[in-house]
Design a protein around this ligand. Structure first.
Ligand code: AKG
Length: 290
C-alpha cells in the first residue's frame, strides 16, 4: 500500500502545540488539539472504516491470531480491530497523517515519530460498551520507551453521551501501572474506588471533541471510556506512535510469563533475533525533523 507522507503547510505548522501546550501535556498526560484534520480526511477514514466492517481488505496481516479482530460473528456490542492501517488504505492515510506525527513529535520532544499500532473502535448506539481503565504502556511492555503516545481520533462530533475516551488527569505520574491491562474490564467504578483508597486523586477528563480535533495521551496515562447512550454510532481510531529511540526489550508479567505484542510477529528481526521496531513495512516513519 502506498505510504501517505509529506511536508506540513504553513497553516498546519501554526496549529502545532506551543511550548506551554507541551508543558501541559507533560504535567497532565493528555492534550486536546484544535481542528487539525479537514472534514474530507475524516470522511475518507469513515468510508474506509465502513468498508472494513463490510469485510473489505486491501492487505491481509501475515498472522491470524494474537490480536483483537472483531467480525460480524462476534457480539453486536463493542467493535475493536487492531492494526487496521495495515489492512485498509483509507485508514492508513489517517494513521500516517504527518500533522499527527508532527504533534506527537512536539509533545514528546522527539526528532522522529513512527507508527507503533492502531485500533478501530466502534460503539453502536445505545449499547453497554464501556472500556476498562488501562494504560497503553502495560500492553507495550516489550517497548523500551516511555515516550510512546496515542492519538485518539473520533470520526464524528463526540460529546459525553457517545462514550468518548476519558483520561485520568496526571495519572501518568502515579507509578505502579506496569500491569494495568484492563481494557476489557467493565468495572470502572470499582477500580476508581480502589484508586481513591490508595490515596490517588481521580480527576476524570472526557475527551469531548468536534470532528477534526484529536486528543493525545501519554502511554502511562490511565484511560478508558463509558457506554454509548446516544442514538449515533461512536467510531474512533486510536493511533499509537513511538519515538525514534524505541526498541524491543524482553518483559515478563507478575507470574514470570513472557509478555508480547502481536506486532512483534509482523515485523522483520534484527541480527540478534529481536523484533525490529523500526521495520518500515510495519512501523513507518510518520514524521521526521530531518
Ligand atoms: O476508544 C476508546 O474509548 C478507548 C481507546 C483507547 O483505549 C486508546 O485510545 O488508547
Amino acid at each position: 500500500m502506498a505510504i501517505f507522507n509529506g511536508e506540513l503547510t504553513l497553516e498546519q505548522t501554526k496549529l502545532l502545540p506551543s511550548e506551554s501546550d507541551i508543558e501541559f501535556y507533560e504535567q497532565h498526560g493528555w492534550y486536546k488539539s484544535p481542528f487539525i484534520l479537514p472534514e474530507e480526511v475524516i470522511n475518507l477514514a469513515l468510508e474506509g472504516a465502513e468498508k472494513f466492517y463490510r469485510g473489505e481488505r486491501d492487505a491481509i496481516l501475515k498472522t491470524k491470531d494474537g490480536f483483537v479482530d472483531w467480525t460480524p460473528h462476534n457480539s453486536q456490542g463493542l467493535r475493536n480491530n487492531e492494526f487496521v492501517s495495515l489492512q485498509k488504505h483509507e485508514l492508513r492515510q489517517l494513521a500516517l497523517n504527518p500533522v499527527l506525527g508532527a504533534i506527537a513529535a512536539k509533545l514528546t520532544r522527539s526528532s522522529e515519530i513512527r507508527l507503533l499500532d492502531d485500533q478501530l473502535i466502534s460503539k453502536p448506539p445505545k449499547t453497554n460498551t464501556p472500556i476498562g481503565w488501562h494504560t497503553d504502556r502495560a500492553y507495550w511492555a516489550t517497548c523500551s520507551s516511555d515516550r510512546l503516545l496515542t492519538a485518539w481520533i473520533p470520526l464524528l462530533d463526540c460529546d459525553e453521551s457517545l462514550g468518548p475516551l476519558v483520561v485520568i488527569d496526571g495519572s501518568h505520574h502515579w507509578g505502579g501501572l506496569e500491569h494495568m491491562r484492563l481494557f476489557n474490564d467493565p468495572n470502572l467504578e470499582e477500580l476508581e474506588a480502589e484508586f481513591v483508597q490508595q490515596g490517588k486523586e481521580v480527576v476524570k477528563v472526557p475527551m469531548v471533541l468536534k470532528k477534526g480535533q484529536v486528543s493525545f495521551h501519554n502511554c502511562w496515562t490511565v484511560h478508558g471510556s463509558y457506554s454509548n447512550s446516544s442514538n449515533q454510532t461512536r467510531t474512533a481510531m486510536s493511533v499509537h506512535y513511538q519515538d525514534r529511540e524505541n526498541h524491543y526489550r524482553p518483559y515478563q508479567d507478575l507470574q514470570g510469563k513472557e509478555v508480547h505484542m502481536f506486532d512483534e510477529q509482523l515485523c522483520r528481526k534484527l541480527p540478534n533475533g529481536d523484533p525490529d521496531f523500526s521495520d518500515p513495512d510495519v512501523f513507518p516513519v510518520v514524521w521526521s525533523a530531518s
